[in-house]
Structures are given as C-alpha cells and as structure tokens.
Design a protein around this ligand. Sequence first.
Ligand SMILES: [Zn+2]
Length: 225
Amino acid sequence: MRETSKTAIEKNNKSVVMHFAKSKYDNCKWNKNTSTWSMLKKRYDNGQRDSQMQKLYDAEYSLIPCSPKDNLSFDELINKIDEVVNDTWFRKKFGRLFSDTALKVENASSRQNMAYAFGTDLLSFPPHFCNIPIILHELTHIIVDRLHFVVNMNKSYTTHGRMFAFIYLELVKKFMGERSYTILKTGYKNFNVKYRNRIPQTSAKKKILRERINKYNIYNHENNI
Ligand SMILES: [Zn+2]
C-alpha cells in the first residue's frame, strides 16, 4: 500500500494490482452540452472484424521511441498508469469506468514479444514495451472493453476500430501533447485509420433525396409544370 496517491497498490511477484479509488469527478460530463456517454454512444464501429489493426500500428509507429533507453522501468510504468487514471481530465471522461475498480499489471518476461490488454482488467508489459504511447494504447483497450459492460451499449466494439482510435487520440493529445497528437492524427490520415463518427446511411440518403426533390421543383418551376 502506498499513500502518495489514492490508488492502493498491491505488489506481487510478477505483477501489481492497482485498486483505483472513487473520485468526485467520476460522474462529470464530457463537456457542457454532451455527456461522455451520449457522445460515445453515437460512435460506433463497423463490425466484428478487426480490420484497422495493422493500419493503426502503422499510424502510431512514429510515436514509439526507437531507443530502448527511452523505455520506462516497471515501477515508472505503474506510476504513469496511476498518474493517468487519477488525472482530473481523465476522471471527468472515464471515471465511471475506473471508480472503485482493480487493474492487474503484469511485469512480463523480455521473451514476450508484445504488450497486451486482456479483458477489462489485465495489462501485460515486457520491458521493451514500457513506454508512454504503448501504455496509452493498452489503457485504451481497457477503456473500450469496460465501456461495453459499464455503459451497457449493447454492442461490442471492434478491437482497433473507430471508438478505439478516437479515445487513443484523445489520450495522446492530453498525456503526450500537441506534437504527438499531430503525428498520430497525420498517421491516421496517411494509413486511412477511421476515428470519426460514421455518417449514418439514412441521413446521407435523405440528403440525396432532398437534392433531387429540389432539382425537380426548380425544373417544374422553370417549365411552368
Ligand atoms: Zn492494440
């Protein structure tokens, strides 16, 4: 246990269990007009197939530090997760997903060749994947997975779909700054990663229909029909 943050940290042999306390910001709104949840509910992904995975990896590639000396130690990684999850901005947006919950973080062997998130409460980081963009990437998986259960959106999101890409970009902007945000956003554009709302088919169809009717009316008017 540690007293420096509100998070109770239980250290085990090869992992740490972080228990995030409640915060007064946990039920705050995303902005004054739209709550986080109704805003997120309008974002949806195309289907079950994780078709954006490689594109997303390509898009984020320039954010990942190239030298191993830029990696964090496991303790620094835990501090970083603690700092992100207890940040007021973060709590205002995602607090309900973390309020009074636990997250297990594994200190994985260097033979493990990837960091990963499993379900709603496990992250695993080998030493050479301990850096801020990967922390934010894996934390985004936890957010997206928890959204399904906590908010009961009645649909699961594609692993690296629009919802994932949108939230990841938000986290990068907040915790890595404007420059990294621009790099990732440019990466999304270059590799065609979708992260905005999909325009519902019906409103697109309505627009075409409306234009047709207008043309028809103008034609009739000009020809006195
Ligand atoms: Zn991922």
